[in-house]
Ligand binder design. Structure first.
Ligand code: ATP
Length: 224
């Protein structure tokens, strides 16, 4: 046996931002599968206290983070990351990626993961042109979303598209990969909120711990 230690496998890090209002199995199953497909060590799941392009959620950022933490439980490689809760003002992904870049260093492949619905609005994001300077972008298919890309998005992406994980991971940032994960799920947080406000069950749509926390705290339930 050689006594030369084998070189440590280089790190790969991911970030999945969202409102998580509340977290559901569509988020969590996609997070697990994207981590597996990309070979990520850690996927940071980052709730936005104040998402810039949508109405302010009714449930506080701290409560949404607590639900996310409960939903992740002991799932290896998924991390409920509270860093945006410590920042003032709107939650911009470019700032979060810059922090992660600083934390992990310049050489580590860093991947921002977003669903296709969010991707369609990417060109409207704050400092969108800087995203590819900080990270790769992986877009996961979402059932029900198939619109053509707006011109501004085509311009933003340019010729960054690659067709394999291996090609993407040769560099630390700068590529776009479109992915169809094995388990496509139609679940959305809007659907969960609607069912809860109608007094209907959300069992098997969210993890059991999330369902219990929602009921214990009386979240999303209509007051009438
Ligand atoms: P809402 O219905 O309130 O808009 P949402 O279910 O889309 O919420 P977000 O917190 O906005 O959830 O989503 C965070 C990220 O997760 C986004 O990039 C979104 O595209 C992605 N995502 C949400 N649900 C799914 C799903 N079922 N499958 C794949 N990706 C998803």
């Amino acid at each position: 046996m050689s006594d030369t230690p084998s070189p440590a496998k280089p790190l790969r890090i991911g970030m999945l931002g969202g409102t998580f209002d509340p977290v559901h199995n569509g988020h969590l199953r996609s997070a697990m599968e994207v981590r597996e497909v990309l070979g990520l060590d850690t996927l940071h799941m980052v709730p936005a206290p104040q998402p810039p392009l949508r109405d302010m959620p009714q449930v506080s950022a701290a409560q949404r983070l607590a639900l996310l933490t409960a939903g992740i439980g002991d799932t290896p490689g998924l991390l409920a990351d509270d860093r945006e809760l410590h920042r003032k003002g709107p939650s911009y992904s470019v700032d979060t990626l810059a922090e992660l870049r600083q934390q992990y260093g310049e050489k580590v492949p860093l991947v921002m993961v977003i669903g296709f619905d969010a991707f369609l609005r990417l060109a409207q994001w704050d400092r969108a042109e800087q995203l590819f300077e900080l990270a790769h972008l992986v877009v996961i298919a979402r059932p029900g979303y198939q619109s053509p890309w707006p011109c501004s998005l085509k311009e933003l992406v340019g010729d960054r598209a690659v067709d394999s994980v291996a090609t993407m991971m040769q560099h630390a940032r700068g590529s776009l990969l479109m992915l169809e994960l094995p388990s496509l799920m139609t679940i959305s947080a809007t659907y969960i909120r609607q069912r809860l406000s109608d007094g209907k069950s959300v069992r098997y749509l969210v993890p059991e711990a999330v369902e219990q926390a929602i009921f214990h705290q009386g979240l999303y339930q209509s007051s009438e």
